[in-house]
Design a protein around this ligand. Structure first.
Ligand code: SAM
Length: 176
């Protein structure tokens, strides 16, 4: 299953840390890339590209200026639209149906998400019906759908990698 992310409502100053964390979680747990709507943010894009440069892979990050049209286009191309929201249906109840999608666009919000997103989504999915965080919701969703934490993804073109230790830190430089 191919998963891409759409982060709605990025505010350059206020959200830079959380949006970066959404991208890092997406990358580490198996999504192909993340689109974001809101303020264009070169710093955000550079920090994700810097992580790719050291730790490998080709996770993309791209700004979209017209997210409504973007979602429509994705639907026309056959992508399933999964919106993560505390108001949705708990993941275990819809997980099997979502797993049948070949490609899905996972939408996460920042502040209030417009009603049209709920209507456009094929699935409005709750990671529990309590308010928490887009970072946590995305991590759990990707882990349940892709199981990537168990597999501990390795990325091509990495310059460095962690050698897991019971104590302390060990990082190995890789020959490219
Ligand atoms: N009350 C807001 C709303 O409209 O959902 C909460 C905003 S929350 C700070 C930002 C994002 O985190 C939400 O848009 C949603 O994508 C995600 N989120 C928070 N809690 C969630 C939950 N229990 N299940 C799924 N997603 C959640």
């Amino acid at each position: 299953m191919i998963i891409e992310i759409l982060r709605l409502g990025h505010r350059k100053e206020r959200d830079k840390r959380v949006t970066t964390h959404c991208a890092l979680v997406g990358r580490a747990f198996g999504a192909r890339g993340m689109y974001y709507a809101g303020d264009p943010d070169d710093g955000l894009e550079r920090s994700v590209e810097k992580v790719n440069g050291s730790w490998g892979g080709d996770f993309f990050i791209k700004h979209v200026s017209e997210w409504r049209r973007f979602i429509d286009e994705k639907k026309k191309q056959g992508w399933g639209i999964v919106h993560l929201t505390m108001y949705g249906i708990p993941l275990p109840e819809v997980q099997a149906r979502i797993a049948r999608l070949e490609r899905s666009l996972v939408i996460i919000g920042a502040e209030k998400v417009p009603g049209e997103v709920y209507r456009a989504a094929d699935f409005n999915v709750a990671i529990g019906n309590q308010p928490h965080s887009e970072v946590a919701a995305l991590a759990i969703f990707l882990d349940r759908m892709l199981g990537s934490m168990e597999f501990n993804i390795t990325f091509s073109n990495a310059r460095i990698r962690v050698i897991p230790q019971e104590r302390g830190k060990r990082v190995e430089a890789l020959d490219l």
